[in-house]
Design a protein around this ligand. Sequence first.
Ligand code: IPM
Ligand code: MG
Length: 371
Amino acid sequence: MKANITVIPGDGIGPEVTAQAKKALLAVADTFDHTFLFKEAAMGACAIDATGNPLPEETLSLCRAGDAILFGAIGDPKYDNDPNAKVRPEQGLLRLRKELGLFCNVRPVKAYDALIENSPLKRERIEGTDISIYRELTGGIYFGIKELSDDGKIAFDGCSYTVEEIERIAHLAFQAAQQRRKKLTLVDKANVLETSRLWRKTVTALAGNYPDVQVDFLFVDNAAMQLILQPNQFDVILTENLFGDIISDEASVIGGSIGLLASASVGKENALFEPIHGSFPQAKGKDIANPLASILSAAMLLQHLGLEKEAAVVERAVEKSIELGITTEDLNKENPFSTSKVGDFIADYIQNQEDTDLNFQNIHMGQSTII
Ligand code: IPM
Ligand code: MG
């Protein structure tokens, strides 16, 4: 297959981790005889510095024209610490999501056996955790009316949802549940918010179309607690934009590192793949950031292109790197590997799956030629 992939490295550690995901994709192209053409585009703080605009028009048109978007990270402390900044890096990503209609954000959360000891939670709580979070991404309070009174003393953020906005993501979440363990939990705040009551009504009305899926409802405060108490009770979680942002960061620690969580943001025409970790500015340029979430995002990109077998190989390579401890310092304090070495290992595994055992033994003895 031939695919045009728009790469947006973005800010902070974005360029470093995206480079490893690109390596993995090139290894897939080489091994499975595909052609991936990469075009690079700017977004975020780096785009503001270069053009004054966090989402230059050229980036938007490249994204529209390509088959998929691989994105790194966004944000810079110089904007985070300035509440008066009129232009912010995050506006670029939010506008891109809105312009491309990327309404469905999927964030898989898994507890890898080899990493259970890294989790701040006890083994018996997290064993078997495998959650797919479906976060609505182009509505709600993120995109409501925003106001600040002239005297600067009253601020307002409006939150609205339409039945159509809820239905389109709910259908996808139900369908995902059907392919998984057939359980869907709607996370809302229906005891307080009108929008949440609309979510409940709409999801309840749709449930009849999916009789094989068991539907539960959970208030978001309780869901935040349940995710820590017993995360393996969840299968698919469906929720609105802001709640999804918060609980997906919370859920990311279950697996032992936020550096492991990938995501897909999908619309009717376009799709974007990104790690959920932020720009981690303290690690920028140090070659220490965990590239696995970005590589797993590349696996989701392959799935989106219909390359299931290839995606599975990338996922296996990531599992192998975790199993062997060929990981960065967030996962491997004793003997950490650099970002680029982890990327090299993954690319090598993809290309040489057959003679793995010998190579891995050599890696452990420090004799491998690839590490
Ligand atoms: C995320 C991020 C973004 C969000 C920021 C960078 C705007 O936290 O993708 O979860 O809040 O959606
Ligand atoms: Mg977030």
